[in-house]
Design a protein around this ligand. Structure first.
Ligand SMILES: [Zn+2]
Length: 343
């Protein structure tokens, strides 16, 4: 994935202090010196359902095994034989489930490529859908290297496979859950990441698969049924710090923070705020509540991102468990949050 605009926490506090000053001109010094604590859960006043039931189950060892199996295919760039193998691998995993195939040909700066979004549908009892997405292709400019995208692509795709295990054969007492393995997310031309110079901006040459799916679902009326779109990307880092993304929907991020807090995982969430351009953007643009669960500090200053050092040894099953159970707890809260906040 790519790209980020980092908003340093200090700057964020300073901005909060400035805003506060505006509203409270009598005590600007006090506010500036000691800004009020800002926790994401403070912002919108959601009326949250009580914490109930045991924590969700998520088999992190099995999820981690899936990461290893995905990267064992090798680099999975668009149009490659390995890409086809990993498509078949997901479909074998989902053979008992209802699957929608969104296939088309993407016209990219490197030519035409087949694209395959895979959607597994788990119906619920309530009218509405919660979508959880992850891309599975690997960075195209690195296609002739040993780059396997263990964190960037494999970790979140494996997470969705384990979520599928938790949903198989159970009718959730709530919204339907659709898992999306989206394709052709990565830039085709070098976009300035991974130490390569930029030949094309990310915005003009990426997100081919998820954009097509958003357009399709807008045209066939599915989009109106989507209550929330949760994206997982780079969620396997052993040193897990999920960012608060300012392109995401604040109330939905607050529900995620509440879910993490109920599980005791809140220290892994939202310490930093940044604007992330990722697979959620086509749904953000169409007014769907979205949240990107991404750790964009992969190694000091993101040194492993889009490099051949993005390997399994940097990852941890515990990180998959933190994100996986937080996603499941988020769904549980959303199911009981009636009505959901306006879009
Ligand atoms: Zn990437």
């Amino acid at each position: 994935m790519m790209k980020k605009v980092f908003l340093p926490t200090l700057l964020f506090f300073f901005a909060v202090a400035l805003v506060s000053c505006d509203h409270d001109k009598d005590a600007p010094q006090v506010k500036a010196q000691s800004p009020p604590p800002v926790t994401p859960a403070d912002t919108p006043k959601l009326s949250l359902p009580p914490d109930s039931g045991p924590p969700p189950t998520f088999d992190s060892a099995r999820a981690f095994q899936y990461v290893k199996e995905i990267v064992a295919f090798g680099p999975r760039p668009l149009g490659s034989a390995n890409h086809k193998k990993v498509e078949d691998y997901f479909l074998a995993h989902l053979k008992a489930d209802e699957v929608e195939h969104d296939t088309f040909t993407a016209d990219t700066p490197e030519g035409k490529f087949p694209v395959h979004n895979i959607v597994a549908k788990f119906p619920g009892t309530k009218d509405g859908i919660i979508v959880i997405a992850s891309h599975y292709d690997t960075n195209y400019p690195l296609r002739n290297t040993s780059y396997i995208g263990a964190n960037d692509g494999a970790s979140s795709s494996a997470l969705l496979m384990e979520l599928a295990n938790q949903l198989h054969g159970k009718k959730p007492d709530g919204y339907g859950v659709w898992l999306v393995w989206d394709d052709a997310e990565e830039a085709i031309k070098p976009d300035g990441s991974g130490g390569l110079r930029q030949e094309m901006p990310f915005e003009k040459d990426s997100l081919y698969g998820i954009t097509h799916l958003a357009e399709k679902w807008e045209a066939d009326g599915t989009l109106k049924k989507i209550k929330a779109f949760l994206l997982a990307d780079m969620v396997g880092d052993a040193d897990l710090n999920i960012e608060r993304d300012s392109n995401s929907t604040p109330w939905l991020e607050d529900v995620i923070y509440e879910a993490a807090t109920r599980l005791g995982y809140q220290s892994h969430f939202f310490v930093r705020t940044m604007a992330v351009s990722d697979d959620h953007l086509p749904f953000v643009k169409r007014g769907v509540p979205c949240a990107d669960l991404i750790d964009f500090n992969y190694g000091y200053d993101d040194v492993f991102w889009h490099t051949t050092q993005d390997t399994v040894d940097k990852l941890s099953p515990k990180s998959l468990e933190i994100v996986g159970t937080t996603v499941l707890e988020t769904i549980r809260i959303l199911d009981k949050l009636d009505p959901l906040p306006p879009k």
